[in-house]
Ligand binder design. Structure first.
Ligand code: SF4
Length: 346
């Protein structure tokens, strides 16, 4: 199967039905031990220093892997106006996919048909691929459930398992094997204690993700909700591709995203939010809007091409966790008191 690069979440079922295997260029960039070299390559080729590192990373990865074709998502990212022509100038064939403005199944269906036509396949074939991938997506969502409902999966494992579903790292069969192994391993673990601070991570995955999750863990915090990563696994798949891709939150209005976030914060009993803000990106959630809507403590970490969590960020996070812990404990005391008073009144 020929590899095809993807710059954001796209309907991979259509690509696979057309005989391609998708490679999520952003994931390859994030997972690399030396991601700086991709950024450097892009800057040498003319990308501005002051621009989104992820875009530059995607460009660098695409060239290093020698991919012949890439699907760019129109309207998804302002940086694409530079990325896609730069890739074309390097001889890469750039195809495009665009989500409709509204999360409307009929409109999504039309966009899927356009993509299938561009790639010389049919939606009928793509629906069969959807069925093939459903087991892998189901396992990813099972891992997600065990993270918050049973406290058996750590934040990094959750992040990685969900993020990888955008292309299954090249093989959904291997993905299923690894997911089953993880599920088996965590079933032997002791769950997180009730004293752990329960956190949500909202925003695009940061380059310093590995450092961040491990630092939080060492400070007694458990990330029980990874917003963007969960969307990759398509938590509401529905009955068709059109329904599936209309159920996503990020391609559509910000209100969809906020609705999903607030529902999950409540269901997962989150105590505080880590909000990541990628520099030079117009698609990130404004911090003020998130704070107002969520109604709980949130800290915003800004980043672009930092590959590790700096000292200052660690100090801020420690203070934040302290505040969240105190607030949670005092709320617990108040609700314990109210409960005991109700018992007395009865
Ligand atoms: S982080 Fe924002 S600017 Fe950068 S690639 Fe993603 S959508 Fe584009």
């Amino acid at each position: 199967m020929e590899k095809i690069g993807i710059t954001a979440q796209v309907p991979i079922e259509v690509l696979i039905a057309a005989g391609y295997w998708p490679v999520d260029l952003g994931n390859v960039f994030l997972a690399d031990d030396d991601p700086g070299r991709f950024v450097q390559r892009a800057e040498e080729d003319g990308f501005p220093i002051r621009s989104c590192a992820r875009t530059k990373g995607i460009y660098g990865v695409c060239l290093e892997l020698g991919l012949k074709t890439v699907i760019g998502v129109e309207g998804n990212c302002a940086s694409n106006t530079l990325l896609l022509p730069m890739l074309k100038s390097q001889g890469v064939r750039v195809l495009s996919f665009a989500y409709p403005d509204q999360a409307n199944q009929l409109l999504v269906q039309k966009k899927l048909e356009d993509l299938a036509e561009q790639l010389g396949t049919t939606l009928h074939r793509a629906e069969s691929v959807r069925e093939e991938l459903s087991e892998a997506r189901g396992l990813a969502l099972q891992i997600d459930d065990l993270t918050w409902s049973e406290g058996l999966v750590n934040g990094w494992e959750n992040h990685k398992s969900l993020l990888d579903t955008s292309d299954f790292s090249g093989s959904h069969i291997r993905y299923c094997d690894e997911a089953r192994q993880l599920l088996q391993m965590v079933s032997q673990r002791r769950p997180y204690s009730g004293d752990c601070v329960r956190l949500a991570y909202v925003g695009a995955p940061a380059l310093f993700a590995w450092d961040l999750y491990h630092f939080l863990e060492s400070e007694g915090a458990h990330v029980v909700f990874n917003e963007t990563q969960r969307q990759r696994a398509i938590p509401n798949p529905g009955q068709s591709l059109a329904e599936q891709y209309a159920s996503l939150t990020r391609p559509y209005l910000i209100s969809h995203r906020l609705r999903d976030i607030t529902a999950e914060l409540k269901a997962r009993r989150v105590d505080g939010i880590i909000h990541y803000n990628q520099a030079f990106c117009g698609r990130e959630l404004p911090a003020m809007l998130l704070r107002r809507t969520a109604g709980m403590p949130a800290i915003t970490l800004d980043g672009n091409d930092e590959y590790g969590l700096g000292k200052r960020a660690k100090v801020r996070l420690r203070h934040f966790l302290e505040v969240v812990r105190r607030l949670r404990d005092s709320e617990r005391k108040i609700s314990d008191f109210l409960r005991s008073e109700r018992r007395v009144e009865r």
